[in-house]
Design a protein around this ligand. Structure first.
Ligand SMILES: Cc1cc2nc3c(=O)[nH]c(=O)nc-3n(C[C@H](O)[C@H](O)[C@H](O)COP(=O)(O)OP(=O)(O)OC[C@H]3O[C@@H](n4cnc5c(N)ncnc54)[C@H](O)[C@@H]3O)c2cc1C
Length: 390
């Protein structure tokens, strides 16, 4: 007999931070869904750490903020310095309350909390060990094929499939959605170290002549160091990072215990559309922005809210208007993704090696002592993304 009804309204491919939050938003709105995630466990490293106020407001809406506040650390201030002198600081205290801070939380903790919150809503929602293989779009639904553990060709049908499967998204590739952009020459090495600095819960951004060094507080007495490098370092070592910090800041990290080291390059890519037929994209599957500025995951969560609202709106409407609603979703998220990328570009430019650091430093110092300082705090906390200005 020919199937006319799908198994479930929505299948989400990828249970990283974005896919998990997408599922929570849908379930809170009474829309059933399944998340196919190939990993059994949350990501093992601390990769993304900054949760911005706009995201905490979204967490408030679905009632999941508390566990994040228990696990995270509130960053209320950022200090800009040369190698040895303070240029100025920005405080997030004047940003809208109650979340007038950036919450530092390692990605493995973020994913763990999101998994738990999702399981509390529906213990069947997350299917781990499930690798998406392909989809086939039918007139009334889309059929998704995946393998689970050793079993191939498992099938599930849904009204929509949402690709949250990261920057190399197979969903996006199979939907033939073009992903265009560029790689920057900028490269970095980063590592998490025991916090031996005097900065406490404040973030510190150093602008020495030879290139940016950032250090952000993490929960549990740790600190994330990010150092601009001249070229990509394929095998990141503690010795290399500590040497760069010693040379540029005369600060000793050699004997300090570290837990994670990695290198990364920077890219900006954007999907030509976030909606094609019954296929929708969110998170890194839709757009990749520079980690300098730390906003990629948060941008993905903004996609989730907008997309969940679109799906709720369509629940009792003529399916004929779906194309127009998803087009609006696609265009609005493309717009804000470009804005986030622009902001990250400014951050990267300021942190590059300078021939005349005096001019850059004068610019930063003047900015941080002017009324525009408030705007800078907004840029760092992802405010104003829907306004016409940067
Ligand atoms: C060094 C670094 C620091 C960063 N810091 C920050 C920060 O501070 N703040 C911030 O907002 N962002 C930050 N980012 C960006 C952030 O990590 C990403 O934007 C975020 O992880 C994107 O989430 P996602 O769920 O869209 O994709 P991913 O995290 O890539 O998750 C995709 C998921 O899909 C699964 N998957 C993939 N293919 C399949 C398949 N075929 N079948 C089933 N499952 C599949 C994967 O296993 C994975 O779990 C940082 C990035 C880097 C590299």
């Amino acid at each position: 007999m020919t199937k006319t009804k799908p198994d479930i309204p929505v299948v989400i491919v990828g249970g990283g931070p974005v896919g998990l939050f997408m599922a929570i938003c849908l379930l809170k709105e009474g829309i059933e869904c399944r998340v196919l995630e190939k990993r059994k466990e949350p990501v093992p490293d601390s990769r993304s750490l900054g949760i911005h106020p706009v995201s905490l407001e979204l967490f408030d809406e679905v009632g999941i903020t508390e566990p994040f506040l228990r696990a995270g650390l509130k960053i209320r201030k950022g200090i800009a310095l040369t190698e040895d002198k303070k240029l100025g600081e920005i405080s997030f205290e004047n940003c809208p309350k109650p979340h007038n801070y950036i919450l530092a939380c390692p990605q493995f903790t973020t994913e763990k909390i999101l998994r738990e919150e999702l399981m509390n809503l529906d213990e069947h929602a997350l299917i781990t060990g499930a690798t998406f293989q392909s989809f086939l779009e039918q007139e009334q639904f889309v059929e998704v094929t995946y393998s689970k553990d050793q079993q191939t060709n498992q099938r599930i049908s849904s009204n929509y499939v949402v690709g949250c499967d990261g920057k190399n998204s197979l969903v996006r590739q199979q939907a033939s959605i073009h992903f265009s952009g560029k790689r920057y020459d900028d490269t970095y090495i980063m590592g998490d170290f025991e916090d031996t600095t005097k900065f406490g819960p404040d973030a510190a951004v150093f602008l020495p002549k030879e290139g940016l060094i950032e250090c952000f507080p993490l929960p549990n007495g740790m600190r994330r160091w990010v150092v601009k490098t001249d070229a990509y370092i394929p095998e990141p070592r503690k010795l290399k990072l500590a040497t760069l910090v010693q040379d540029r800041l005369d600060y000793d990290l050699f004997g300090v215990k570290s837990t994670m080291l990695s290198s990364f390059g920077v890219q900006h890519f954007l999907a030509e559309t976030l909606a094609k037929g019954r296929v929708l994209l969110a998170g890194d599957a839709a757009h990749v922005v520079s980690p300098i500025g730390g906003q990629g995951m948060n941008l993905g969560w903004l996609d989730c809210r907008k997309l969940a609202d679109s799906l709720v709106f369509l629940k009792d409407k003529d399916p004929g208007i779906a194309g127009q609603v998803f087009q609006e979703y696609s265009e609005s998220q493309q717009r804000i993704s470009k804005k986030v990328a622009q902001r990250a570009e400014i951050n990267m430019a300021l942190g590059r090696k300078q021939k005349v650091p005096f001019l850059r430093n004068l610019f930063v110092k003047s900015l941080l002592h002017s009324p525009l300082k408030r705007k800078v705090a907004e840029l760092f906390t992802m405010r104003g993304l829907y306004s016409w200005w940067i």
